[in-house]
Design a binder for this molecule. Sequence first.
Ligand code: RFL
Ligand code: PHB
Length: 394
Amino acid sequence: MRTQVGIIGAGPAGLFLAHLLAREGISAVILESRSRADVEGTIRAGVLEQWVVDLMGTLGIDERLKREADFHTGITLQWDRSRLHLDMAELTGGKRVTVYPQHQVLRDLIAAWLARGGEVVFEAHASAISGIDGEAPNVAFRRGAGGAQEELHCDYVVGADGFHGPSRQAIPDAVRREYQKIYPFGWLGILTRAPRSWHELIYSNQADGFALLSTRSPEVQRLYIQCDPHDDIALWPDARIWEQLHARLELDGWTLQEGPIFQKGIIPLRSFVCDPMQHGRLFLAGDAAHIVPPTGAKGLNLAVADVLVLSRALAAQYARNDGALLARYSATALRRVWKGERFSWYMTTMLHRNPAETEFERRIHFADLDFVRSSRAAATALAENYVGLPFDAP
Ligand code: RFL
Ligand code: PHB
């Protein structure tokens, strides 16, 4: 097989990139190790930054989003038995919080990509990337479990294969620097068939720890609680989950609506950055290069930001034989990535109960929250980051 840009991974990074390249007249093939049903059925992110929503409009793939997404003007922060409504739209000149789940974004991107004749090879496991130091790289892959080995030949390889994919390791150890922080807590996430309890997301830091109330539709709600990242999910029967959600979210005069829980799982929280995000003709994008804890709702949005930068750089290369932007891809992308890392760390630290923290540190987190309540500058800083920093045009 041969294409101009070989993309490993049909997550948000890989699929947005394919659409952005098509707009520039550049061909791409996506190799994806999972089945289409699996990709479209995995429950992950929920919140889109305003410019990502606008980009979906520009790409002509926002028809269902406009109909089915939930648009909130702000978020609610809760601590010390009180709530603060942050009106993001008012603080940022009209930018809103869009709740539209990642698997719906992926469904829309895949349907539109296939409809325009684009190729995704599902159940194609990429195993080796070679030739990135020369001009003719290729990706070895196998279709299904017993398939013969095949090769995808291309001008450039994009590793959009998530945190556990093989691409990052193709950058030699000698030039790759990795930065990491592991948090001493995880998130237990559930989906429940219940009515909405509140008109926007609630991020709560209470004595028992963090909880987040989010939504998927008027009938299905998404909730998270901080837990031990090593907990077995069997330790969390539904009754214990509800008891903790009530304890961490409820206030006098407000009750959390319960319903049957039909999905639950635990994820660890980590921050991670790989620098550089490129080597020779290999470019990393999204979770393959960086991970944020989900408290800032930044992961998917950073993945899309990477590929917007990369698509502009590849367009300059193909259209004008100008490789300057491509040479600077990693440096440009990392400037935004580190701001996303900072914001995600800030939200995570401020809103969780670290089992090892002192009472002094806990008071500092409350002071941080109180500062957001009392200072318009602090509230604006939080809001600007949450709805998405202005895009650094190269
Ligand atoms: P993905 O989505 O992991 O996609 C990578 C794809 O690569 C495939 N792959 C391979 N394909 C071929 N050959 C191989 N050898 C391969 N190895 C892997 C995989 O099957 C997969 O399909 O990475 P990408 O595109 O970089 O996208 C990143 C986002 O998925 C991620 O950052 C977000 O989900 C993070 N996140 C959130 N981000 C937000 O912006 N807003 C949120 O509200 C938000 N909430 C969340 C989140 C992530 C969560 N979890 C479960 C980690 C909430 C949660 C609970
Ligand atoms: C979600 O709805 O899944 C969600 C919302 C906000 C976050 C993380 C996840 O910060």
